[in-house]
Design a protein around this ligand. Structure first.
Ligand code: LLP
Length: 419
């Protein structure tokens, strides 16, 4: 459920007409609905409340906007971060350092040091080498790092190959068969307090079975590690539950997810940790765009919009579907290709799709753009960095300004020898 709806023929985010935002801020522009974010955060947390002890850390990568993080902090969410940049955002948003989990396969010594000094709650180690390095840094600082070992369970998540993370060939975590030995060796190091295991097999999962398989394997590993005399008090089950992008798509509900986890983890006796991203933020955002022109095509007309793959990369990267709706539909539909202005064919949002009739100058939105939207934007073709707006009831505010090509150009220089 979300809070985007037509009122008097105009698409609104809560009580704000998207046409008003577009007039004031320009296009393309992301718009987030606070009520939708809050609702998703609450439904997810309430579903998991059937479990005895839970810590939820929003996967900042899905939407790192400061206002979004601030709203989620006010809902009691912690943060799962994968860089010092994300850590700084989470802390600036008011998330307590002990509620921050630091994940990521390539944390640098500098990032580990900064995170230790900030008092980050848990480091999810992706290798034995990283654990040894973290232990050394912590011991030298006179600190102890709480850590979990990320394990690759070699389970096929059944999602797009580029967002699968839990198969043997993926770079994430340590091999399942080696994990108990590594856990034992890391547990013996001064500077490190090993407290659990972490797993995340992929994103946009449409079925619970792969997660259930992975969690069952993690339970067996947990028991083996305890049997060798090491302690486990925390199990981080990652994120990954998908959301519908297309009408008719079906996905497990938070309640079904929680029930599956309650079954698998009944006798674990740990704090369960979660890192949801998309399920919280996905449906809470849209990308507003304006039609530049409608160009005749050979198979179907091309609707050329002013948003492009640099603003919303998912269709180009993963062939992802985002619904396209006119802000002021006239009731008609036609079959068209939706493309951006960038000079490569991957800048295509949809081919041969039945959409609302639009013409040059009309406004439209790409839906379900609140997760992995603005955060993956770039400036390819010397375009601006896309702005972001947050709506709350009838109020709205720009929560990330457009960064103009001129500002980006100002950071560049020509070396002396070329002047
Ligand atoms: N935890 C870890 C360790 C992760 O790597 C991820 C996502 C998450 C949690 C959150 O997963 P979620 O609940 O959002 O599925 N750019 C891609 C998605 C990449 C996901 C990367 N990792 C996309 O646009 O679909």
């Amino acid at each position: 459920m979300d809070h985007f709806s037509y009122q008097t023929g105009i698409l609104h985010a809560e009580d704000v007409a998207l046409s008003d935002v577009a007039e004031a801020v320009g296009t393309p522009c992301y718009v987030y609905s606070s009520a939708t974010l809050r609702r998703h955060a609450r439904v997810f947390a309430e579903a998991l409340s059937i479990l005895p002890s839970v810590h939820i850390a929003f996967a900042v990568k899905a939407n790192p906007n400061l206002a979004v993080l601030r709203l989620l902090a006010s809902e009691g969410y912690g943060a799962d971060v994968v860089s010092a940049g994300e850590m700084d955002r989470a802390l600036k948003a008011g998330i307590a350092p002990e509620h921050v989990v630091f994940s990521g396969v390539g944390k640098t010594a500098d990032e580990l040091t900064r995170a230790l000094k900030a008092g980050i709650g848990q480091f999810n180690l992706e290798s034995e080498e990283e654990g040894v390095e973290l232990a050394e840094i912590a011991a030298a600082l006179g600190l102890t790092a709480s850590a979990a070992l990320r394990v690759n369970p070699d389970v096929d998540a059944g999602t797009h190959a580029k967002i699968s993370t839990g198969m043997a060939e993926n770079k994430f975590g340590v091999a399942y068969d080696r994990a108990a030995g590594i856990y034992g060796r890391l547990s013996a190091l001064p500077g490190l307090k090993m407290r659990g295991l972490a797993v995340h097999i992929g994103s946009q999962l449409s079925r619970l079975e792969p997660l259930e398989d992975a969690f069952t394997k993690m339970g067996e590993l947990m028991r083996a590690i305890r049997a060798q005399g090491d302690t486990i008090t925390h199990m981080d089950l990652g994120g990954g539950v998908g959301v519908p992008y297309k009408p008719g798509d079906s996905f497990p509900s938070p309640q079904q997810y929680a029930a599956m986890i309650a079954g698998v983890t009944a006798d674990w006796g740990v704090t369960l940790m979660f890192e949801p991203g998309r399920i919280i933020a996905g449906n809470s955002g849209v990308l507003i765009t304006r039609v530049v022109r409608v160009k005749e095509g050979i198979t179907a007309p091309f609707v050329v919009v002013d948003a492009a793959m640099n603003d919303l990369a998912r269709p180009a990267l993963y062939g992802a579907w985002h619904d396209f709706l006119a802000v002021k539909p006239d009731g008609g539909t036609f079959t068209a290709n939706i493309v951006g202005p960038i000079c490569e064919s991957s800048d295509t949002f949809a081919m041969g799709r039945q959409i609302d009739t639009v013409k040059a100058g009309d406004l439209a939105v790409f839906r379900t753009a609140g997760a992995y939207g603005a955060t993956m934007a770039n400036t390819y073709n010397s375009r601006a960095l896309v702005p972001e707006v947050m709506v709350e009831g009838d109020k709205w505010a720009v929560v990330a300004k457009r960064i103009d090509p001129a500002t980006i150009l100002a950071a560049e220089d020509v070396p002396e020898w070329l002047k």
